[in-house]
Design a protein around this ligand. Sequence first.
Ligand code: DOR
Ligand code: ZN
Ligand code: ZN
Length: 445
Amino acid sequence: MSKKNYSLLLKNARLIDAGQNLDKQVDILLGDGKVVEVADVISSAAEQVLDLDGAWVMPGAIDLHVHLREPGFEYKETILSGAQAAVAGGFTSIACMANTNPVNDSAAITRFILEQARLAPAKVLPIAAISKGMAGDELVEMGDLVDAGVVAFSDDGKTVANSKLLRHALEYASLFNKPLLCHCQDNALFANGVVHEGLVSAAHGLAGIPSLAEDVDISRTIMLAEYLNTKVHICHLSTKTGVYLVRSAKARGVKVTAEVTPHHLFLDERAVVDLAYRESLDESLKPAKLCYNTATKMSPPLRSVDDVVALRAALADGTIDVIATDHAPHEATEKAVEYELAPFGVVGLETAVALGLRLIQEKVLTPLELAARLSSTPAAILGLNDRGTLAPGLAADLMIVDPELMWTVDPEKFYSKARNTPFSGWQMRGRVVKTIVDGKIVFNL
Ligand code: DOR
Ligand code: ZN
Ligand code: ZN
């Protein structure tokens, strides 16, 4: 069997593809790593035929915000383990943030990441830092980094506090037509907060992170992009006012896009102290007494119920363009400490698509809207025109979903090296059962 001509025929698939505005039963022929044909019935011979019997086919999910920890923190995650977690969750392309050690602020580091990614089952797309060492003082050499293959720029984990530097970053990134992904946080207002400033911080004496810390910085970021007439992308939107700011900026024609994480869509501040209120949790796993759960600590923090309602409405009406995981692996012992001392961050690659399916079940999104938020829109934001939709000639990157499969989230079974999920024990309906990258099956449940 010559590898080049390898072909795979998917029969009786429900193709849900926002890029082609298709939600219908079809056959899909893949060959030579690409989509060859999508038609009501295809009878050409193929080396392998899979009868999907109505299972869903969606373009592979594209996550424009993950942390892979290599180089420097390989004990938390490697490029390989992160990519394995990605394909197990239906993600075929993942863009990895620059807050490694050393920071990805040079072509040499970018080339190292791409080299490490050669054997990875998912496509790994490096994001470069905005400032050298993410120190916030001096711009990176953007041209060199673009030549080396970065898809975007971000100091994620930190804000770019210096507005003049942020201005220049927006100007240069737009010259190279690469997006700038902004982690918006006013450092003085954020201070030493560990949870959302609200009900839970007040009742439990935990230092609060006010919504204002995010909102003030989103305003500044949008004002810069509006003034300069450049694109800008806001990471992990978590507040109602943030939603208002993005919505009104879009209405004025500002070229702003925004992402939301699954955890900000499904959890609110109460999860910090009480996992038991969630009806989804298996009885046997509900804690006997109140306890803090460091798997709920991330930046930005889980906000109020009102914020969650606003985020869901914004995702539905397109104010929020994409779902991104902010997959942030940490080692178990690092999280097994007092809440104040635990690092910010939760993993997300292996639960995000199933939570997306839950958004369909909860009538927040239609299947086509979910495909847009997970695949075609992130591809467009990153300027990847060879993927994100399954039109003939494009990459055969896709996930096969059994929308009825019942399963329980068990972090011990994760491909990720890390287990820090706030969704442990959640009962899910619908799961990725196969993932295909460049026409090859790279994950099989
Ligand atoms: O929760 C977070 N974790 N937020 C960030 O901005 C950074 C990330 C990390 O790198 O762990
Ligand atoms: Zn961030
Ligand atoms: Zn992040």
